[in-house]
Design a binder for this molecule. Structure first.
Ligand SMILES: [Mg+2]
Length: 268
């Protein structure tokens, strides 16, 4: 009888220690009561990867749904995830979905015929892809560097986002006026025009860049002001495509807005 009590005491200590360990989520999966089966290292690695994939997917969905507060860099653990998303089928499939939906809406609109029906496009990562730049800058893990980014813009080498080029051509064909509204400054007008034409965007009705008095304005405020000016001129903004919520929200919003995916950076 005494012997069995002596045996119970160390067992109780072991189970209490196990309970304490189980409070730590990182070791939790290894201390749950279950048959003791040794998992191969590769399987444990796979579980970790699945966990990262799951968490980074949730983070990306929160980005796209505009549920996150202003953020400066992507989560460190998500660099590989964002790289794979941007270079794999996910990004292009998401872009095509947005473009197709926007196209079917554009076709459904009855235009007035007075030349006042407008579709607005943002430029960076909406018409032109900066993925080649971000490939060299950890897909948004590095804090944004304006000087380095300007060097990239000056090369005028950004390729077209093909799904957006298709939509662009379609809305022009349907008779929309196309206004390009970008956060780039006036100093970048000629390289921007050069890049657009090289990438296949050959015609537009307006190209609006930040004038000197617009510098320092938040993107949402600047773009809202520009849209308000269009409305005052009698234009009807029927469609707006942008990779940032700040391209789309604010005042004088478009009748329909189309948010392109972008998990690499956030512009307020
Ligand atoms: Mg953009």
């Amino acid at each position: 009888m005494i012997g069995s009590r002596l045996l119970l005491f160390p067992l109780l200590l072991i189970s209490l220690a196990g309970l304490a360990l189980s409070q730590d989520p990182l070791v939790n999966s290894n201390v749950r009561p279950r048959p003791l089966i040794l998992q191969p290292a590769t399987e444990l690695q796979k579980l970790d990867n699945e966990e990262v994939e799951l968490r980074c997917t949730s983070w990306r969905v929160a980005v796209e749904a505009n549920n996150l507060g202003p953020w400066k860099t992507i989560p460190e653990e998500c660099v590989g995830y964002v790289r794979d998303y941007m270079n794999g089928k996910g990004y292009s499939s998401d872009l095509e979905t947005v473009s197709n939906e926007a196209g079917s809406y554009a076709r459904s609109v009855e235009l007035s015929g007075d030349g006042k029906d407008v579709w607005i496009f943002d430029i960076d990562d909406t018409l032109l892809s900066n993925v080649p730049y971000y490939r060299e800058h950890s897909y948004g893990l590095e804090i944004f560097d304006q000087v380095e980014f300007d060097k990239w813009v000056d090369k005028a080498m950004a390729p077209a986002i093909e799904a957006s080029l298709k939509l662009y051509e379609e809305v022009i064909g349907l008779g929309f006026k196309v206004f390009l509204l970008t956060g780039r400054g006036e100093k970048k007008r000629s390289v921007t025009e050069e890049n657009l034409v090289n990438a296949g965007f050959r015609v537009w009705d307006r190209l609006i860049l930040r004038a000197s008095e617009d510098h320092g304005k938040m993107a949402t405020a600047y773009k809202s002001e520009k849209r308000s000016e269009m409305v005052k001129e009698g234009y009807r903004i029927l469609g707006n495509s942008g990779d940032q919520w700040s391209d789309l929200l604010g005042s004088a919003m478009s009748f329909r807005s189309f948010k392109l995916p972008n998990p690499m950076y956030y512009i307020p």
